[in-house]
Design a protein around this ligand. Structure first.
Ligand SMILES: [Ca+2]
Length: 508
């Protein structure tokens, strides 16, 4: 495959360069990326789609806290030791470096003992909630490649939400909910990533796995990227080709792992018990020693290098593309619409290089036109890349089109018709904002489920929860509800039937 593509590019090069000397550069960008790797046969070239290496992204972020003055130590205060809530003479003092706990200590090199950490003020204002938002911003689209790991120096919070933004912090979506009691905190059933599957991998879950109290030894919270990858690539991520194939064809899956910002919303500190000990409020605070975020710059498979310049990450775009994410064709290279590079065919991928605009070639327009159209024809002769989940066949039909499954549309069958949403193919919505409204104050989550208030249940939150367990008494406090025994309803039905019978006998 690579050889044939190389030959076709080479043939084009010869064609163009033999007629128009200045234009070899047009084709000078390589079609695929190559790196030298070591194998049993020695050093060889490995060809692949062009993408920057995965790296430690915490070196390139900006951190913002809300409220801005929530860090401890200004004015100085004392707090209780972890593991011994009655030893409350530890000091936090922002003006003394050894006793200060500024936010940057969440991202420093953590090889030292004792660890360095950011710490919030204590819960002095209880019962007013102690809430902190920690926003991490990259000013660049990045793709996560490994678990997000947050290490607490305090107990892990009783309630926390990890959120993401894809538009530089303008809008936010939840990534995962964390609570000691998911139902109580967020009206969600507790789940673990292991309960998910290929079909439900994009579901936003609430987990109780990482919030088990104040005194436990474990201090770590994960957002499990690798477990989600494993649904496609196998348990040890051996079949990355399968994952890349899916990422290539399913935009929603790719977007799920793509972020510009993360927000850690700390909603309630670890208390470890039902009642907060009001005599010792200096027991309660948040402290984080380390945050790990691994990812790569999103360059749409048009760059292998991402540079940090002027405090900003930027892709070094290849393939005649430009923009922070290589998201458009350079001026004078708009001979066909921009498209991202592709992981397919595995392993070498397809560059989808931008080609010169016809107007920019200027001379010999006839030849240029025929050259461009020959490229397009050559592309068409490639596969259609119909989305395997959205189309009936993965190849195009005789007339060159993908044939889409029910509820699916788009040239590649990767878009959903109204009333359907993408969850590994287009699935009819369980709920939405049009016809399938969640009831009784419930909210529709990703079109797959209603998040119901605590008192309600059912697909659209249409049922009182107490009905399910048969405990809806008059003193249940669950609001007014028509009371009627089955016997009474039966009696009414019999009466109605009898009346109708009388009426019909009178009519005839
Ligand atoms: Ca640290």
């Amino acid at each position: 495959m690579y050889l044939s593509r190389f030959l076709s590019i080479h043939a084009l090069w010869v064609t163009v360069s033999s007629v128009m000397q200045p234009y070899p550069l047009v084709w000078g960008h390589y079609d695929v990326c190559k790196t030298q790797i070591y194998t049993e046969e020695g050093k060889v070239w490995d060809y692949m789609a062009c993408q920057p290496e995965s790296m430690d992204m915490t070196k390139y972020l900006k951190v913002k806290l809300d409220p801005p003055d929530i860090t401890c130590g200004d004015p100085p205060e004392t707090f209780c030791a972890m593991g011994n809530p009655y030893m409350c003479n530890n000091e936090c003092d922002a003006s003394t470096p050894e006793l200060a706990h500024p936010p940057e200590l969440m991202f420093d090199f953590e090889g030292r003992h004792p660890s360095t950490f950011w710490q919030s003020a204590t819960w002095k204002e209880y019962p007013k909630p102690l809430q902190v938002n920690i926003t991490l911003s990259w000013s660049k689209t990045i793709e996560l490649t490994d678990n997000i790991v947050i290490t607490f120096e305090s107990g892990r919070p009783d309630q926390m939400i990890l959120e993401k933004s894809l538009d530089y912090g303008r809008t936010w979506q939840p990534y995962q909910y964390y609570a000691t009691d998911c139902l109580d905190a967020f009206h969600m059933d507790p789940k673990s990533v292991k309960d998910l599957s290929q079909h439900t991998v994009l579901e936003i879950i609430c987990t109780e796995e990482y919030s088990t109290g104040y005194m436990t030894n474990s201090k770590i919270i994960h957002f499990e990227i690798k477990d989600r990858f494993a649904f496609f690539a196998g348990p040890r991520l051996r079949n990355m080709a399968s994952l890349y194939g899916q990422l290539d064809t399913t935009k929603k899956l790719r977007d799920f792992f793509t972020i510009t910002d993360l927000r850690i919303r700390l909603l309630r500190p670890a208390t470890g018990e039902i009642f907060v000990d009001e005599q010792h409020l200096a027991r309660y605070f948040y402290a984080i020693s380390d945050v790990k975020v691994h990812g790569r710059c999103k360059c749409n498979l048009h760059a292998t290098v991402c540079v940090f310049d002027n405090s900003k990450l930027t892709c070094e775009c290849e393939h005649n593309t430009t923009g922070p994410d290589c998201g458009k064709c350079k001026k004078n290279y708009q001979g066909r619409p921009w498209s991202p590079g592709s992981y397919l065919p595995i392993p070498k991928g397809t560059a989808n290089t931008c080609i010169p605009s016809i107007s920019s070639i200027g001379i010999a327009p006839k030849l240029a036109l025929s050259t461009v159209s020959s490229v397009q024809v050559a592309n068409h002769k490639r596969e259609c890349y119909c989305n395997p989940l959205g189309s009936i066949h993965d190849r195009c039909n005789g007339s060159g089109f993908c044939e889409c499954k029910t509820g699916t549309t788009g040239p590649k069958c990767d878009e959903c018709l109204p009333g359907n949403s993408w969850h590994y193919g287009c699935q009819p919505n369980v709920c939405d904002n049009e016809l399938l409204h969640c009831q009784n104050g419930g909210t529709c989550h990703n079109n797959v489920r209603c998040l119901c208030p605590a008192a309600y249940t059912g697909i659209l939150c249409e049922k009182l929860r107490c009905e399910e367990v048969g405990s809806c008494g008059s003193d249940s406090g669950q609001g007014a509800r028509p009371q009627g025994s089955p016997e009474l309803l039966l009696l009414l039905l019999l009466l109605l039937t009898a009346l109708l019978g009388t009426a019909s006998s009178l009519a005839f």
